[in-house]
Write a protein that binds this ligand. Structure first.
Ligand SMILES: NC(=O)c1ccc[n+]([C@@H]2O[C@H](COP(=O)([O-])OP(=O)(O)OC[C@H]3O[C@@H](n4cnc5c(N)ncnc54)[C@H](OP(=O)(O)O)[C@@H]3O)[C@@H](O)[C@H]2O)c1
Length: 389
């Protein structure tokens, strides 16, 4: 089943599934408000159930889905119910943001084969989430291209297996659209410019996160929980070509990398077929045409969000949930023209300073920290808007 079917990862997943219709069938598809697109997908992929979590469907809409042979459910609880339903073996978790946590956690608790794109769920609730995976026997397969690359470079077949022999991992980052923009011009950049990623076509929220490098910060926290490594053993390096998706360094000095053209169908096909391999639809990599691969250290003055994410990871407890929630509020404010690009980091830093932390092993505590961080961030956005007027 596919949580977040109408998004960018949803589209790539369905593309891979359609190439292997003999191996996979879709049991359920979900969207938040994109009802027409969801119906089109239901007509094409014929799932038994669809969920619209964000707006109550009227009778006419229900009828259109039932004419397509599909039961239409509504609301956040329905997302969690279909994610844990016994008739589905594998769940692609591709809802964007904190909203994906309850359903993704439900799939983990139900012991599913869980393909995890919704990194925010793991950032918010790492200890709780990994405990659910261990206790239920769920199989967690990373979809983020970097974590999928690390997974492919590790010497074993299970995420929670021992990392003996691994010194550190190196997550690559493209540097986004503003890697070389003079820092003094960043305050004036527009949502359209921020969403124009040089190498990847993605949803708007993750595109802005890539432009601030908060996406890489969230990925550092995600890697901490997926692979059980300390912050000091997770390095970030800028690699503008997005060909090397990440690397693992071993104690003997060897580094193993995974390379491909930047196409999310590669990690999706890898995780769907694991431990086998199957065709993804991605273009083969032509190294002669690529020519050069380059790497550089990230500049934390240009990308303060990356430093804030390391701070939150080291602080532990609910600090990553606070970081994530404040970032979601700030990115939404930026996308709707209420906050400058350069104020995103300021809103997050302020929330981290003002919202007291707690333990991250109970869902209630995590959701409470998330709500308090959202209020703190919204207050500062409001104050900054007043100052700008
Ligand atoms: N795109 C990539 O290349 C990429 C790569 C690595 C990781 N990821 C991760 O994958 C996740 C999805 O990213 P994306 O780029 O595919 O996002 P996206 O294009 O914005 O799609 C988001 C999906 O989530 C649904 N959704 C939005 N808000 C929701 C809510 N409150 N409750 C339930 N469903 C909701 C949307 O439904 P509607 O259409 O109805 O709004 C849509 O189906 C993110 O966590 C992202 O970090 C993405």
């Amino acid at each position: 089943m596919l949580l977040g079917a109408t998004g960018s990862i949803g589209a790539s997943t369905l593309d891979v599934v359609a190439r292997h219709a003999d191996r996979y069938s879709v049991q359920a598809l979900t969207a938040h408000t994109s009802a027409d697109r969801l119906l089109e997908l239901c007509l094409q992929y014929r799932p038994r159930r669809a969920v619209l979590s964000g707006s109550a469907p009227d009778e006419a809409l229900r009828r259109r889905f039932s004419d397509a042979g599909c039961e239409l459910l509504f609301g956040a609880q329905a997302l969690a119910d279909v994610a844990a339903a016994p008739d589905c073996d594998a769940v692609m978790a591709a809802i964007v943001g904190a909203a994906g946590l309850p359903a993704t956690l439900a799939a983990a608790r139900a012991g599913k084969r869980l393909l995890l794109a919704n990194k925010e769920a793991l950032v918010m609730a790492g200890p709780l989430f990994m405990r659910a995976v261990r206790e239920s026997g769920a199989q967690l397969l990373p979809i983020d291209s970097e974590h999928n690359a690390v997974f492919q470079c590790l010497p074993h077949e299970g995420i929670s297996a021992t990392l003996r022999g691994v010194r550190r991992i190196v997550l690559t980052a493209s540097g986004g659209p503003f890697r070389t923009t003079p820092v003094e011009r960043l305050h004036g950049v527009t949502p359209q410019q921020a969403c124009a990623h040089p190498n990847w076509v993605m949803g708007r929220k993750i595109s802005v996160d890539s432009a601030t490098m908060m996406n890489k910060g969230l990925e550092v926290i995600e890697a901490r929980w997926l692979f059980g490594l300390d912050a000091d053993a997770i390095e970030v390096v800028i690699h503008p070509q997005s060909i090397v998706h990440s690397l693992v360094e071993y104690l003997d000095g060897s580094m193993i990398a995974q390379l491909s053209n930047p196409d999310m169908r590669v990690p999706i096909a890898h995780a769907l077929a694991f431990p086998e391999r199957m065709e993804s639809g991605a273009r083969a990599l032509d190294l002669g045409a690529v020519g050069q691969l380059s790497f550089q250290r990230p500049d934390l003055a240009r990308f303060p969000c990356l430093g804030l994410a390391y701070d939150a990871l080291r602080a532990g407890g609910t600090a990553p949930a606070v970081l994530n929630a404040a970032n979601e509020v700030a990115v939404e404010a930026f996308l709707s023209g209420r906050l400058r690009f350069t104020a995103i980091a300021r809103v997050i830093e302020d929330a981290l300073g003002r919202v007291a932390g707690g333990g991250a092993d109970q869902l209630d505590g995590i959701l409470d920290a998330d709500a308090r961080a959202r209020r703190a961030a919204a207050e500062l956005v409001h104050r900054l808007l007043g100052q700008a007027a």
